[in-house]
Design a binder for this molecule. Structure first.
Ligand SMILES: Nc1ncnc2c1ncn2[C@@H]1O[C@H](COP(=O)(O)OP(=O)(O)OP(=O)(O)O)[C@@H](O)[C@H]1O
Ligand SMILES: [Mg+2]
Length: 361
């Protein structure tokens, strides 16, 4: 699908398949087109080009209320004068279901969102998280094919948001309904999703499970957006047999396996390593095993962060990296100015296309 507003392309040729019963997240920075995607699925916007199929049926031109989807917005407006029970019963009442059926469904929903004891309260007598659960129950009771959620937790404070993340995931598993969840919070997406689509500038850069996206990002943007990523500029000096030899700084070369990206000899690329995969070796070191890589570096800064020490390191040619060293049993020799050898598994290093549009760290 493509969506243009005048000359502006908000969604740019996105093609994606969301599976039945999965928790699917659209993740990306502000303005990348997440809400526009959701509004097209809901039917509040029509695609300028392309097709949308729900359960295999094309739904272009079908109005929102005739699509079997429900949306939960960030400002989940509940009816203030109605009790929790009446709020939840609203959809089925409008649909004209028999009252016995409504009764059964409401009880089940209040059970699912754990608000049975609060059924007779009004929204103003509830906490933010409880109100959010009423909004969910009110949408889920209509048994939609998919529930669309646009940053539904962003109004909640951090602690409550974390609790609601787990709660939402539990509810989704319990009811088995497809959730399409919009967020710009990577931690939120990692916590809840079966699969994540990382968006940037109206396009999807990568779709995959949380571990896949984190461990095997396909672009520098995805690597940076999910977690912390070191992106070391390297020159490709040889490519053969599924691996590439890279020049790092002015003396060393490293060989890494290729996965999806076929670099050209002579071009610049980015070598990605996560901070927790870098091991700092001080003093005389053991010979380097064949499945490991090493770089020489100087410690430029150490910040205590609880479980880890965040170490800034300068490798040759003035390039910098971040390593997370365990904070317990800290080596007394580890200090600013210490020369170290950085070791990391060859498998933890990924070669990605250079991206000049990304800011350097
Ligand atoms: N009705 C509209 N008319 C013109 N431009 C629009 C319209 N709706 C959205 N846009 C533009 O399309 C782009 C994508 O908007 P969208 O709301 O989908 O972003 P988003 O990813 O949801 O961002 P956020 O995280 O800030 O909510 C933005 O640049 C926005 O300004
Ligand atoms: Mg939005």
């Amino acid at each position: 699908m493509t969506k243009r507003f005048g000359d502006f392309v908000a969604v740019n040729g996105v093609s994606v398949e969301i599976r039945q019963g999965e928790f699917f997240s659209l993740l990306g920075p502000s303005g990348c087109g997440k809400t526009t995607m959701l509004r097209m699925i809901a039917g509040f916007e029509d695609a300028t080009e392309g097709r949308l199929l729900l359960e295999g049926r094309e739904v272009g031109g079908v109005p929102p209320y005739r699509r079997h989807v429900n949306t939960v917005f960030q400002n989940y407006a509940l009816f203030p004068h109605l009790s929790v029970r009446e709020n939840v019963a609203f959809g089925p009442r409008i649909a004209g279901l028999p009252s016995a059926e409504i009764e059964t469904r409401v009880s089940r929903m209040l059970e699912v969102v754990r608000l049975r004891e609060m059924a007779e309260r009004r929204p103003h007598q509830l906490s933010g998280g409880q109100r959010q659960r009423v909004a969910l129950a009110r949408a889920l009771i209509n048994a939609p094919v998919a529930l669309l959620l646009d940053e539904p937790l962003s109004a909640l404070d951090l602690e409550l948001r974390r609790a609601m993340q787990l709660e939402l995931k539990r509810i989704q598993r319990e009811v088995g309904i497809t959730f399409v969840f919009v967020t710009h919070d990577q931690e939120e997406a990692l916590t809840m999703s079966d699969r994540i689509a990382v968006m940037r500038g109206g396009r999807i850069e990568q779709v995959g499970g949380p571990e896949e996206i984190y461990e095997r990002p396909r672009t520098a943007f995805v690597a940076r957006f999910i977690g912390i990523a070191n992106l070391l500029p390297v020159r490709v000096v040889a490519v053969a047999g599924g691996s590439a030899t890279l020049e790092v700084g002015d003396s060393r070369t490293l060989a890494v396996g290729l996965d999806g990206f076929e670099p050209k000899v002579g071009e610049m690329a980015a070598l990605m390593v996560r901070p927790e995969r870098l091991r700092l070796c001080l003093g005389p070191t053991m010979p380097l095993p064949g499945d490991e890589l090493a770089l020489r570096a100087t410690v430029r800064g150490i910040v205590f962060q609880g479980p880890v020490l965040r170490c800034s390191l300068e490798v040759e040619a003035g390039r910098s990296l971040v390593a997370h060293a365990p904070a317990v049993d800290r080596d007394p020799r580890l200090d600013v100015g210490t020369k170290v050898e950085l070791r990391f598994p060859r498998a933890a290093a990924r070669l990605l296309p250079a991206d000049p549009t990304l800011p350097a760290d």
